[in-house]
Write a protein that binds this ligand. Structure first.
Ligand SMILES: [Fe+2]
Length: 127
């Protein structure tokens, strides 16, 4: 059973952005599977690399969308994105230094931050 299963409750009403969120959750699920020993074909480094680069792509896409629709709270929203991007870059660095496997605290942080962000912040511009 994956850590996170998509449901329509997480939809922001924009198919492209929903698909990007699904992909982010897939990446976090991969980290979770590595942390419980269920995924031995991917490395933490590689998946963390995917997380950093896909998050960067996705946030840029979302910020462009918010600019297009002239979303009034864009600055506050972008500050949340900045916070998350910094956290995952630090986490990736920590893992490179420790050469450790993914710890559950990180996976828990990633998934709870993303669920909260998608269901509270993203829905404000989406619907
Ligand atoms: Fe967002």
């Amino acid at each position: 059973m994956p850590l996170f299963t998509w449901s329509d409750d997480y939809s922001v009403g924009n198919t492209e952005i929903d698909n990007q969120h699904k992909k982010l959750f897939d990446i976090i699920n991969k980290l979770f599977d590595i942390s419980i020993g269920k995924n031995t074909s991917d490395t933490v480094d590689a998946v963390m690399g995917d997380l950093v680069s896909y998050t960067n792509y996705h946030f840029k896409f979302e910020e462009e969308h918010m600019r297009e629709i002239k979303y009034i709270n864009i600055n506050r929203h972008m500050a949340e994105h900045d916070f998350f991007e910094k956290e995952i870059i630090f986490a990736k660095r920590r893992q490179v230094q420790d050469k450790s496997t993914t710890d559950n605290k990180l996976v828990e942080f990633l998934s709870s931050w993303l669920i909260q962000h998608v269901t509270e912040e993203d829905r404000k511009y989406g619907i």
